[in-house]
Design a protein around this ligand. Structure first.
Ligand SMILES: C[S@@+](CC[C@H](N)C(=O)[O-])C[C@H]1O[C@@H](n2cnc3c(N)ncnc32)[C@H](O)[C@@H]1O
Length: 264
C-alpha cells in the first residue's frame, strides 16, 4: 500500500477533513432527509460507467462502496484522499487499494485507469482545471470520468440560517471555487469529450432544527454558541410549513465524460 505526502489541499479542506471523518459523516447524515426514496449513493452507483481499473479521488469515508460490490463486478479499486483520517477509514474496504495523495498531483503512471470518479470533491480544490488535466493523464483512451457537483440554489435555505444567526461558514464552505453544475461541463470540455449531465432530483424536508445544527457545526471552526443555536431553532420554526417541516432545496448533478484520442 503506497503512501504519498499531500502537497496542496486547500486550507479549508485541511481544516474540515485532515484529522476527522466526523464533519463529512455529519453532513452526509443531513441528506438522509431527502425527498427521493433512492439515496444519492445508490442513484450514483446505478449510473457510474464502471469497468476494469477504477480510481476514486477524494473518496472520503468510501460510502459509495457500500452501494457497489466491486469484487462481484470484477473491478480493481483504487481509493485516494489527501486526508489521513479518511484514508484510515478507506483501508477498511475489502480489496480496495488506498493511496493518500493530493488530487492535483496523482502519483500514478499515465493511462492507468478505465474509470475515474470525483464525487463532490472538485469544488474543494484551489485549481480544479489542473486536477482535471491530471485526471485525463491517468485515464486510458476511451476511459470514463464521473464528476458530481452542486448547482444554483443548492442548500440556499440552509445558508439562509447561517446568515440569520451570524455564521458565514455555510456560504463560504459550500462555494469554495466556481466549479458547479453550471460551470462543470465547460471545465471538463478542456480535456474530455462526450459530456453529459444528469440531475439527481431531491430536496430536503427537515422535521426540526437538530440536523441543521449538526450540519452547521460540522462546517464551523468554533461550535455554535447557545444563542446561535436558539436563533437557528427559532428561524426554522418561523420558516417551517404548516406541518412543521423546513424545506431545503438541493441541486446536484452527475457529469460524465470520455477521454478521446483527440483529447490525449
Ligand atoms: C465532500 S467530501 C466527499 C467525499 C466522498 N467523495 C463522498 O462523496 O462521500 C470531499 C473529500 O475530498 C477530499 N479532498 C479535498 N481536497 C482534496 C485534495 N486536494 N486532494 C485529495 N482529496 C481532497 C476530502 O478529504 C474529502 O474526503
Amino acid at each position: 500500500m503506497a503512501t504519498t505526502p499531500s502537497s496542496t489541499p486547500s486550507s479549508h479542506a485541511i481544516r474540515q477533513y485532515a484529522t476527522t471523518t466526523g464533519n463529512l459523516t455529519a453532513r452526509i447524515a443531513l441528506h438522509g432527509y431527502g425527498t427521493n426514496s433512492q439515496d444519492w449513493f445508490s442513484w450514483l452507483a446505478e449510473r457510474l460507467p464502471l469497468t476494469g481499473d477504477v480510481l476514486e479521488v477524494g473518496a472520503g469515508t468510501g460510502r459509495l462502496w457500500t452501494r457497489i460490490d466491486h469484487r462481484e463486478r470484477g473491478l480493481r479499486l483504487m481509493l485516494s484522499d489527501f486526508s489521513p483520517a479518511m484514508c484510515e477509514q478507506l483501508r477498511t474496504i475489502p480489496e480496495g487499494r488506498v493511496v493518500r495523495c493530493d488530487a492535483v498531483a496523482l502519483p500514478f503512471p499515465e493511462a492507468s485507469f478505465d474509470t475515474l470518479i470525483a464525487n463532490h470533491m472538485l469544488y474543494h480544490l484551489d485549481d480544479p482545471a489542473s486536477a482535471l488535466r491530471g485526471f485525463a493523464r491517468v485515464l486510458r483512451t476511451g476511459g470514463r470520468l464521473a464528476v458530481a457537483a452542486n448547482g444554483r440554489g443548492h442548500l440556499d435555505e440552509l445558508k439562509a440560517i447561517g446568515s440569520a444567526i451570524g455564521r458565514r461558514e455555510p456560504r463560504l464552505a459550500l462555494g469554495m471555487n466556481d466549479f458547479s453544475a453550471e460551470t462543470g461541463p465547460a471545465y471538463l470540455a478542456r480535456d474530455f469529450a462526450d459530456i453529459a449531465v444528469e440531475r439527481y432530483h431531491c430536496d430536503l424536508e427537515l422535521p426540526d432544527a437538530d440536523p441543521i445544527l449538526a450540519y452547521l457545526n460540522s462546517l464551523a471552526d468554533e461550535p455554535l454558541t447557545a444563542p446561535q443555536r436558539s436563533a437557528a431553532q427559532a428561524f426554522v420554526r418561523a420558516h417551517a410549513d404548516v406541518s412543521g417541516v423546513y424545506h431545503v432545496r438541493k441541486h446536484t448533478v452527475l457529469i460524465t465524460a470520455s477521454l478521446s484520442t483527440a483529447s490525449r
